[in-house]
Write a new protein. Sequence first.
Length: 276
Amino acid sequence: MDESLKARVEDCIELATPEGARVWATAQGAHVLDWVPAAGMPGQLFVSQASAFGAGASIRGGVPVIFPQFGQFGELPKHGFARRSRWQLADRQADSLRYELRDSEDSRAIWPHAFVAGLTVQLQARRLQVSLDVTNTGSSACQFTAGLHSYLRVDEIADAALQGLGGRAYWDATADLAHREQPAGDLRFAGELDRVYPQVTGPLTVTEGERSIEITARGFEDVVVWNPGPIKAADMTDMEPHGHRRMLCVEAAQIAKPVSLAAGESWRGSQTLKVW
Ligand SMILES: O=P(O)(O)OC[C@H]1O[C@@H](O)[C@H](O)[C@@H](O)[C@@H]1O
């Protein structure tokens, strides 16, 4: 991870494996900041140089945790409150860590439910798994949508392709969620793209030249693919100049069918990134 960015993150934790895989995370948002799959490889996640990192900030890059509302699918602030909240470090091992977030007066003021959420990071050689679990600790049912909003680093978005979504139905978030179908073949990027693909099974792969990264999800049924394109990116105060060219969000999400938890029930979803 870029040293100048690391220096701006107050409580940056680094995990490392003997093979030289490394991951960095912070309790602000239970946020994974960057991931190096093996010694000598570059970081695989994008973090904007213009991002804020302090208390209350939503970090522009890495893996924002989206809970208990994805985007504007509901009345809560966009993408919920988890990404702006300070989580507690609950466990730390050589190759894994876990943050937890519990309901508070502030959270209950906008989402009246008791919960414990956990964000677990597991690092292996060439593989990173990020998992979100939620337990309803209250006495009545709750419903939520959620996601792991991963910003994958690319060198040039115009050279990147996403495989695995050809022929699938999607909701176009740049056109009032119009229902459309993607043609067969790879997805390529030229300008703004913002899509929800409901019910995706099977792995996705982002390729760019010789590089490829495989993305699989468990528990999360939907996938969101997002790049703001040059015009929206220029309007984002926390996006570095031309930052949209260096990122592609492939997000594991649960949107189309919100999760319903009876009192005491739990749910878990994970996203795994893998390189060769
Ligand atoms: O700027 P934010 O709140 O981090 O959201 C970023 C993007 O997140 C994506 O998940 C959404 O599909 C986009 O519509 C949204 O613009």
